[in-house]
Design a protein around this ligand. Structure first.
Ligand code: NAD
Ligand code: MG
Length: 362
């Protein structure tokens, strides 16, 4: 088992990474000081892992309730948060209760948001069960739900008391979801960790085969990168945390243009990262063979690298312009000054961006 720390003074917390963490009370008992626990999960994850989690908690003397959400991003809304509140109130959960999120990023974001709001804030612990949730969404404290007018538009910063990234639960994840998680893993190497990127190039075959040792290493190094960024910029007050959005503005355009759910987020981010690399090459920052190198790595992770031809360059631009990173009307992008070092910039000729979009979709 590996242990990392997200260093946020009194809100600091550990991330445990390894196999069968749930059978080790040391991983959760000190971080669940409450007696009453509500475990929130969804209909897909419940039959796989809920009983195990409930039994382990009961075995440690907790009073446990469970809340099973429907599975899907379309249920990540305020109405389903209210369902969680209703259960908490009906069972007279008081301020010193705690919530446990057992699931992917959707369950994690919703449970964290419910914990941030219930009686003005109760503890919550993350048990992420997708690769994306283990390397990204469970760490950093961004929680929330979607609004009909925008994704993740209602939310709060709420750090968990601990994160348990159990590599054994990833065996049941389907190949597409698994690859989508790898896109965010590769992102950390590209934006700020060249040695990790090189490690990924050496170990991608093992990762694709879900080798547990490779996985633990990749998750730990990803979480360390995310933890470092979050520790330096918890509330996204400067550009540092924005670097985590490499490929996301392009990817967001793909997700929106194709209709949500058609492309998985990680798939769109993978293609978006290659588009960001292409623009970085046009700016003279990357060599052509470096763009090829990034492409090779993404392809070896079974990720798509060509944007859908059905989105025209002008549509692409329109979708990109509604991205959250537009400040004062100027489109800001995360680009690669070199491999392993990203920057946020609005300082690029629009003509070059148009070339990238045209190249991708021709
Ligand atoms: P998800 O939560 O929808 O999970 C993907 C699918 O895998 C679901 O069908 C789920 O039921 C299933 N699943 C989960 N664990 C499984 C397992 N062990 N075995 C089999 N199936 C399993 O998607 P996700 O990719 O984990 O998360 C996406 C969400 O995360 C989005 O809502 C996004 O906004 C959010 N997110 C948040 C942050 C953050 O910082 N808070 C960062 C990135 C993404
Ligand atoms: Mg992402």
């Amino acid at each position: 088992m590996q242990t990392l720390t997200v260093a946020l003074e009194q809100r600091s917390y550990p991330i445990f990474i390894g196999e069968n963490l749930l059978s080790q009370p040391a991983c959760f008992k000190p971080y669940l000081k409450a007696k009453q626990i509500l475990v929130v999960t969804n209909m897909t994850v419940a039959p796989l892992y809920l009983q195990t989690v409930v039994q382990l908690l009961l075995g440690q003397g907790y009073i446990v309730q469970t809340h099973i959400l429907p599975d899907g991003e379309q249920f990540k809304d305020i109405r389903h948060i209210e369902g969680i509140f209703t259960q908490l109130l009906e069972h007279r959960f008081n301020r010193d209760c705690a919530l446990v999120a057992l699931g992917g990023g959707v369950v994690g974001d919703m449970t964290g948001f419910a914990a941030a709001c219930y009686q003005r804030g109760v503890d919550f612990l993350q048990i992420p069960t997708t690769l994306l949730a283990q390397v990204d969404s469970s760490v950093g404290g961004k929680t929330g739900v979607n609004h009909p007018l925008g994704k993740n538009m209602i939310g709060a910063f709420k750090q968990p008391t601990a994160v348990l990234a159990d590599t054994s639960v990833l065996d049941t994840l389907n190949d597409r979801e698994y690859a989508a998680g790898l896109a965010e893993v590769i992102k950390y190497g590209l934006i700020r960790d060249l040695p990790f990127l090189e490690w990924l190039e050496q170990n991608m075959a093992g990762l694709v085969a879900r080798d547990k040792r490779c996985l633990a290493e990749a998750i730990a190094r990803s979480c360390q990168n995310k933890a470092d960024v979050v520790a330096a910029d918890e509330l996204e007050a400067n550009d540092l945390r924005a670097l985590l959005n490499l490929g996301h503005t392009f990817g967001h355009a793909i997700e929106t243009g194709m209709g949500y759910g058609e492309w998985l987020h990680g798939e769109a981010v993978a293609t978006g990262m290659l588009m960001a690399a292409d623009l970085s090459w046009r700016l003279g920052w990357l060599q052509a063979q470096e763009v090829e190198r990034i492409k090779r790595l993404l392809v070896s992770a079974n990720l798509p690298v060509v944007p859908p031809a059905t989105i025209s360059p002008s549509q692409f631009l329109a979708y990109m312009a509604v991205d959250k990173k537009v400040l004062a009307g100027k489109l800001r992008l995360v680009l690669l000054e070199r491999i392993g070092h990203a920057i946020v910039t609005a300082d690029f000729p629009l003509a070059l961006l148009e070339q990238t979009l045209a190249a991708g979709t021709e």
